[in-house]
Design a protein around this ligand. Structure first.
Ligand SMILES: Nc1ncnc2c1ncn2[C@@H]1O[C@H](COP(=O)(O)OP(=O)(O)OP(=O)(O)O)[C@@H](O)[C@H]1O
Length: 590
């Protein structure tokens, strides 16, 4: 709140102006009865308290109304005054200085001669109006001061907010002269480059500057442009955005926003909805294999070496890779999944390595950052690495060996700090012998091998897994399943789970959708699980016969036929000659 004392110079000027014109002394006091301004014999007392003599002022401040005192020193108001009966003042007119209906001070005309007193008395009305107007002028000044103080404080507040931002913010006029910048921007550049009258051309490369200036002239805003900012201390990798700033008369300046590249990667990672934030403890299973995997994951997470996870589809390879990343010191960085099968071969290279402006027809303006670069300081998960084309295998090998990448169409190498976790269900050793997988890459990625067994080879994990999925779907489907029947358990134990844990999860989801009570039974299982057994039984029976027929046929052909050949065959097969004849007849072998 602005006080009268804050405009004391102005109040003194007003007092002197009035006194010069009307030839009567003026005295102005604030609401604490401190003399703020004064002329003539009161000039000396400016700044002093009027507490012991300003009884008329006190009254005006109390009531908020004008007061005219024709008999100073005698009037009842002057009762407590030390000059009572002996007052040198002859006549006094005092007006309140009202701001928003409240008296914040008072201004008075004080006559010390009879002539002055008579003059005011005769023209009292005019003098009162004049004094009121002067009081209003001072009140207006106070309001203006208050408004300015509000602006200054709002400006200060906005600046503090802008300074809180991690993003560097620079504004420039349409010619590129810098108008304003925040502390984050200040930290990025050397002080001699960034100051209130410098040019943006001293901060960025000529092409970037031209594009920024164009934004002010109606060109499209720059959404994301990578820039490197060199200062004496370091080199910062930033993403630049430039947009026009409009006021009511149109675009008057340009705002340039600079965000740390690493920070963006981290945010993308945090917001990546696909990231379920797995921890090692989420990998369920009591089998020896799963216990060992959890223990091993905890140890390998701390390092930087490449991990190769083998296992059939749906065994939890990606889950394991995410858990290793989340447990590792690089968990703040990105976990970037690249499914080498899912991305078309011709796009895989640019997806992985990014490309420069104009690298190929249809390439996006400004180029594109590749996934490996985005995963800087994080982990890259190369899923189905066995499906990676040979020419890219060579490039990935270079990343692993040199920790550098080159964008498509680029000429410079960019250092990257990524940990690679690869996964495959394919037989890489066999692929190597056929020349489909590079031997050198194989040894580079197979530094820490981890193998997740198929679910059919660790059936002891079934109960904990299905209990877990029942809980998940109780929540998701709002069910209250508490138990599973013996038949249900038996069928799960008998089933071979070609789709592994993913398939188990689907089976439980299916059953949970079917059930209406608190237990799951074999009736809730998908048909394929009951059929599989029958088919398996049928084919087993058939297989035995088929195998027997084929074995006898091969042996019979090998021994040359005829009586002698049949004797040799019976001997080799470990059966009697008669039995052989019977079987030859049964299997219709001539
Ligand atoms: N041990 C486990 N504990 C809990 N859930 C698991 C486990 N293993 C796998 N899952 C679940 O099974 C599903 C498949 O897992 P994930 O995608 O990691 O398998 P994958 O081996 O990478 O499969 P693909 O090779 O087909 O990509 C996921 O929903 C995962 O949560």
């Amino acid at each position: 709140m602005v006080e009268l004392i804050d405009v004391k110079e102005y109040a003194q000027q007003i007092a002197e102006a009035i006194a010069t014109v009307v030839k009567i002394d003026i005295e102005i006091a604030d609401k604490q009865l401190v003399r703020i301004a004064g002329t003539g014999r009161y000039h000396k007392g400016v700044g002093q308290s009027m507490d012991r003599q300003g009884y008329v002022y006190r009254e005006v401040l109390r009531t908020g109304h004008q007061f005219v005192i024709e008999t100073p020193g005698i009037h009842p108001l002057c009762g407590p005054c030390k000059a009572r009966g002996n007052c040198s003042e002859k006549y006094e007119v005092v007006s309140p200085i009202n701001v928003d209906g409240k008296a914040v001070g008072a201004i008075g005309m004080i006559c010390f001669t009879e002539a002055q007193a008579n003059l005011i008395a005769e023209n009292q009305h005019s003098y009162l109006i004049f004094l009121t107007k002067m009081a209003e002028t001072i009140a207006l000044k106070l309001k203006e001061q208050e408004f300015l103080a509000g602006l200054v404080s709002a400006n200060h507040y906005l600046n503090s907010i802008i300074d809180c931002l991690d993003e560097g913010l620079i504004t420039a006029d349409l010619d590129g002269t810098i108008l304003h910048f925040n502390q984050a921007a200040q930290r990025l550049f050397s002080a001699n480059l960034l100051n209130p009258s410098s040019q943006i051309s001293s901060l960025f490369a000529p092409q970037t500057v031209a594009e920024i200036i164009a934004v002010g002239k109606g060109a499209e805003e720059i959404v994301e442009r990578e820039v490197y900012i060199e200062s004496k201390k370091n080199r910062s990798h930033m993403l630049l955005r430039a947009l026009p700033v409009e006021d009511e008369d149109g675009v008057k300046s340009i705002a340039v926003i600079l965000r740390p590249f690493d920070e963006i990667s981290r945010i993308v990672n945090r917001l990546n909805l696909r990231d379920p934030g797995y921890s090692i403890e989420d990998i369920l299973g009591e089998s020896k294999c799963m216990c060992q995997i959890r223990e091993r994951a905890k140890v390998v997470a701390a390092g930087k070496s490449t991990v190769l996870i083998r296992g059939e589809s749906g065994t939890g390879k990606e889950m394991l890779a995410r858990s290793i990343h989340n447990l590792s010191p690089r968990h703040q960085g990105m976990f970037m999944v690249i499914n080498c099968t899912a991305i078309p071969e011709n796009l895989l290279e640019s997806e992985l390595f990014g490309y420069e402006d104009g690298a190929f027809t249809g390439a996006r303006r400004g180029g594109k950052i590749g996934k490996i670069e985005l995963a800087n300081k994080g982990t890259i998960f190369l899923d189905e690495i066995g499906d990676m084309p040979l020419f890219l295998q060579a490039k990935i090998l270079r990343v692993l060996q040199e920790r550098k990448i080159e964008r498509v169409g680029g000429i410079t190498t960019i250092p990257v700090d990524v940990r690679v976790i690869a996964a495959t269900h394919r037989n890489l050793e066999e692929m190597m012998t056929k020349g489909e997988f590079r031997e050198d890459l194989y040894y580079r990625i197979n530094v820490i091998p981890m193998h997740i067994k198929p679910l059919r080879e660790r059936k002891e994990d079934l109960p904990i897994l299905y209990q877990h999925f029942i809980e998940v779907y109780n929540q998701q489907l709002n069910k209250k399943v508490r138990s599973v029947s013996e038949g249900f358990q038996r069928k799960l134990q008998e089933y071979s789970f070609p789709g592994n844990v993913r398939e188990l999860q689907n089976i439980i989801e299916y059953a949970m959708n079917l059930t209406e009570d608190s237990a799951l039974t074999e009736d809730h299982l998908p048909a394929r699980m009951t059929q599989e057994k029958l088919e398996a039984e049928g084919s087993e029976l058939f297989n035995l016969e088929r195998i027997e027929r084929e074995t006898i046929l091969r042996c019979y052909q090998a021994t040359g036929g005829g009586v002698k050949g049949k004797e040799k065959a019976a001997q080799a097969l470990g059966i009697g000659l008669a039995t052989l004849y019977r079987k030859l007849a049964r299997y219709n072998i001539e």
